[in-house]
Design a binder for this molecule. Structure first.
Ligand SMILES: Cc1cc2nc3c(=O)[nH]c(=O)nc-3n(C[C@H](O)[C@H](O)[C@H](O)COP(=O)(O)O)c2cc1C
Length: 217
């Protein structure tokens, strides 16, 4: 596997052939997703995995009213992952993260409680009370998990299609996400692309280097 070459030549899938990803590979992929980094390791996400035709159809339903073009990808994928993000950080979530860090001994030699009290919780409060952007901040973390998923899938030879084209209001209601403090942010269909969906033959229209990068002397 040559990941840089894959990223350079690869494209997100436009159509899937309906085949099912083997279980061990799926588990490897989900394990990578679980390992994604986040600010303060807050992991403010939840991933709903639609593995059956019926559950993928529920996702496809959220594309009615403007995003029908995405439905075929969802219907022909092996699995669709709904990336959900927390809208706020309830005490129960903070406690769960802190407990994991305590058990795993995340910071050898320093007190977890001191770190949380002096650094983490004040930063959370800045987002909550000063910037008042907690939901946006957490959403950014969830997009990082999407980035890890895109890289991880490429490394494992899984084809993917990321989709923002769906109505989160519809999907949240169907999956009961909002009552749990989550909202759906972005979808990732995974599977095997169709033979017609050539990986390398499509152009990659990217902005020129001098427009994208500034090199300081
Ligand atoms: C966060 C995100 C959301 C996207 N949403 C959609 C979508 O709803 N429907 C779609 O057909 N493509 C979607 N795409 C695919 C992009 O349009 C595509 O990746 C981009 O045009 C670059 O093309 P390439 O993948 O061939 O390099 C999305 C991509 C990303 C990263």
């Amino acid at each position: 596997m040559d990941l840089p070459a894959l990223i350079k030549a690869g494209h997100l899938a436009k159509s899937f052939d309906g085949s099912v990803i083997e279980e061990t590979k799926l588990q490897q992929f989900l394990d990578l997703l679980r390992s994604a980094p986040s600010s303060f390791n807050l992991q403010p996400w939840h991933f709903v995995v639609a593995a059956t035709q019926a559950s993928r159809e529920r996702v496809a339903n959220s594309m009615r009213g403007g995003f029908e073009a995405n439905q075929s990808k969802v219907r022909s994928a092996s699995h669709v992952i709904v990336f959900c993000s927390r809208m706020s950080l309830p005490q129960s979530h903070l406690d769960a993260v802190r407990e994991e860090e305590r058990v795993s001994g995340r910071f050898p030699g320093i007190s977890i409680d001191q770190f949380w009290q002096n650094i983490l919780l004040p930063s959370v409060a800045v987002h909550e009370y000063d910037a008042r952007d907690t939901a946006k901040w957490l959403e950014k973390q969830t997009y990082l998990a999407l980035g890890v998923a895109l890289m991880g899938a490429a490394a494992l030879g899984i084809d993917v299609a990321a989709m923002e084209g769906f109505h989160s209001r519809l999907l949240d209601a169907d999956l009961g996400l909002r009552s749990q403090g989550y909202t759906s942010i972005v979808l990732l269909a995974i599977g095997r692309r169709t033979a017609e969906d050539h990986v390398t033959e499509r152009p990659k229209p990217r902005l020129p280097v001098d427009q994208l990068f500034t090199f300081l002397e």
